[in-house]
Design a protein. Structure first.
Lengths: 126, 107
């Protein structure tokens, strides 16, 4: 079964760039059937979709973060990554990577996030 | 962005109770809605996709219904292990958006 695992620094200084990697096991990031997303959750708050990458390079980002976000993929390592620049305390959150499943039935795309990584807390502080 | 509004924000119920959570979209999303369960300190887990389809392995006491802008999530008989926060999520339009969550507690 597919498993995802986030990794990266747990502490980032304000104005610097947050960098996280998600390692996929039991499946391929190159598969055309899936998108690969990043989602975050500030402490005690709800979920915010950050963006996804698909088919090796097609990306889509949440407009609220678009100017600061880059998602990339390394197919040789079966990983995808998140970079968020110019971070502030408001970017403190648990960051999850997730597989975005897409199933087409009668020309309609049904989508859901499954599975998710366990999440990693990133704190922005000097 | 499509706004997803869940109600209530928190809920206290007894074991065996029927529990209902509603999710309202700010515009018609057809049936492009999923429900997730998040236990403390854990990642969300998919329970229901496409508004009413139960994910494999999820107990049948969980169900979902609705279309358009109004959706319902139901636990037919609350069990102690159901204590969690529940989120709806739309995928009709990007960016994907989630409801604010409903925290379920045992009375």
């Amino acid at each position: 079964q597919v498993q995802l695992q986030e990794s990266g620094p747990g502490l980032v200084k304000p104005s610097e760039t947050l960098s996280l990697t998600c390692t996929v096991s039991g499946g391929s990031v190159s598969s055309n059937n899936y998108y690969w997303s990043w989602i975050r959750q500030p402490p005690g708050k709800g979920l915010e979709w950050i963006g996804y990458i698909h088919n090796g390079g097609n990306t889509n980002y949440n407009p609220s973060l678009k100017s600061r976000v880059t998602i990339s993929v390394d197919t040789s390592k079966n990983q995808f990554s998140l970079k968020l620049s110019s971070v502030t305390a408001a970017d403190t959150a648990v960051y999850y990577c997730a597989r975005d499943v897409v199933v087409m039935v009668a020309a309609i795309n049904y989508k859901w996030f499954d599975p998710w990584g366990q999440g990693t807390l990133v704190t922005v502080s000097s | 962005d499509i706004q997803m509004t869940q109600s209530p924000s928190s809920l206290s119920a007894s074991v065996g109770d029927r529990v209902t959570i509603t999710c309202q979209a700010s515009q018609d999303i057809t049936n492009f809605l999923n429900w997730y369960q998040q236990k403390p300190g854990k990642a969300p887990k998919l329970l229901i996709y496409d508004a009413s389809n139960l994910e494999t392995g999820v107990p049948s006491r969980f169900s979902g219904s609705g279309s358009g802008t109004d959706f319902i999530f139901t636990i037919s008989s609350l069990q102690p292990e159901d204590i969690a926060t529940y989120y709806c999520q739309q995928y009709d339009n990007l960016p994907y958006t989630f409801g604010q969550g409903t925290k379920l507690e045992i009375k």
